[in-house]
Write a protein that binds this ligand. Structure first.
Ligand code: NAD
Length: 354
């Protein structure tokens, strides 16, 4: 992403918002509306500079376009950042001022929760705009999106297992789950139901205690490095980004990587390193799309079964990507990008014919 030449980023629209009364400074980035209104969360974060906020919103909105395209949603990609410390700045008037900017885009952008914003904030924003998802259950919202995120990761993992071992199941495989947070806990349950052996780790003693109390058959290891070096078949990064880097990839014993964390590849080129080592990487933004599928369903009036069915299709999409990667001789991350770009171009072209 080059900030020197904004037109080179390929974004449709970037909106700078300011409200001096509440101290609101926000940037809404719309990468693409080729497939429908742009959907993506609002990040409330104390960026060191406006340039840093802009760079983040440009990257994140582009990422959402690709994620939504492969999730099969009729939604484009967007994202917003509010620049400042949420602990000091967040207030009802500020969120409502922000909501009025979202409303002013007249449905070109739908917002949702992200780092620093919560369901309760979406309910406040909704007092000014219809174009908001991720709302509380009492307001027709989808609730905790980690439920379908974990379900989708499990589906993507099944597709990867089928590609490598011939059957779409984790039965009898050893799966390493790094991070037993909201997603990791649900994922562990799906894996155990499928008769996988689970090895896990978390830095938080409460998460470790949860495993001991609820699933004593799960083996706990000290840290993510120990998990990477463990004798596992599948590695599932479910904590923070950057789990796959120049140190972890050479140490990895798993044949498959499929997990919930965003931005698992620490830098471009890691996808090639994984492929060269014979590790099948199921692209993060493909397998973790269950969460956005869950919140996007609110736009139609939330229906859990319908959303779950859509998240189940992550199995088919992952399968398709892995086959395309083989056919075109590229790593799965590259195949995923190509497929997303193809859908945006093909459907986008149809939508421009009036
Ligand atoms: P969470 O905060 O509930 O859980 C993260 C867990 O990882 C915590 O228990 C934390 O203690 C643990 N952790 C942090 N650093 C660790 C480390 N170095 N080693 C081991 N464990 C560590 O978050 P979540 O909602 O479960 O999300 C997990 C990941 O999935 C994040 O990267 C998130 O961006 C991504 N994701 C989540 C959703 C969703 O719907 N929740 C959707 C898409 C992607």
């Amino acid at each position: 992403t080059s900030l020197d030449d904004p037109s080179s980023t390929g974004h449709e629209q970037v909106v700078f918002c300011q409200d001096t009364q509440t101290g609101l400074r926000a940037i809404i980035g719309i990468y693409s509306t080729a497939l429908g209104p742009a959907l993506g969360g609002t990040r409330f974060y104390p960026y060191p500079s406006e340039e840093a906020a802009l760079a983040d919103v440009l990257d994140l909105s582009r990422g959402m376009a690709y994620k939504n395209a492969l999730a099969g949603l009729d939604l484009g990609g967007g994202k917003a950042v509010i620049w400042g410390d949420p602990d000091q700045l967040k207030s009802e008037p500020l969120l409502r001022a922000y909501g009025r900017f979202v409303e002013s885009l007249n449905g070109r952008y739908y917002t949702a929760c992200d780092v620093g914003t919560y369901v309760a904030d979406m309910d406040v924003i909704a007092r000014e705009t219809r174009f908001v998802t991720g709302r509380s259950v009492e307001h027709g919202g989808a609730g905790d999106s980690s439920v379908l995120t974990a379900w989708g990761v499990f589906q993507g993992m099944r597709a990867a297992a089928e590609h490598v071992w011939g059957a779409p199941t984790l039965n009898g495989r050893r799966v390493g789950v790094a991070g037993l947070g909201k997603v990791g806990k649900h994922l562990t349950r799906h894996l155990l139901d499928d008769h996988a052996e689970v090895v896990a780790t978390d830095v938080d003693p409460r998460a470790r205690e949860w495993v001991r109390a609820n699933h004593p058959q799960v083996e706990l290891v000290d840290d993510a490095a120990a998990l990477v070096a463990a004798d596992i078949d599948v590695y599932a990064p479910c904590a923070l980004g950057g789990a796959l880097d120049d140190d972890t990839v050479p140490a990895l014993r798993a044949k498959v990587v499929a997990g919930a964390a965003n931005n698992q590849l620490a830098h471009p080129g890691i996808e090639k390193l994984l492929a060269d080592r014979g590790v099948l990487y199921a692209p993060d933004y493909v397998v973790n799309a269950g969460g956005v599928i869950q919140v996007a369903d609110e736009i139609e009036g939330f229906n859990f079964d319908r959303a779950r069915l859509r998240a189940t299709r992550i199995y088919d999409t992952t399968r398709q990507i892995l086959r395309l990667a083989d056919d075109e001789g590229v790593p799965p991350a590259v195949a995923a990008d190509r497929l997303a770009e193809r859908r945006m171009a093909d459907v986008g072209r149809l939508r421009t014919i009036h």
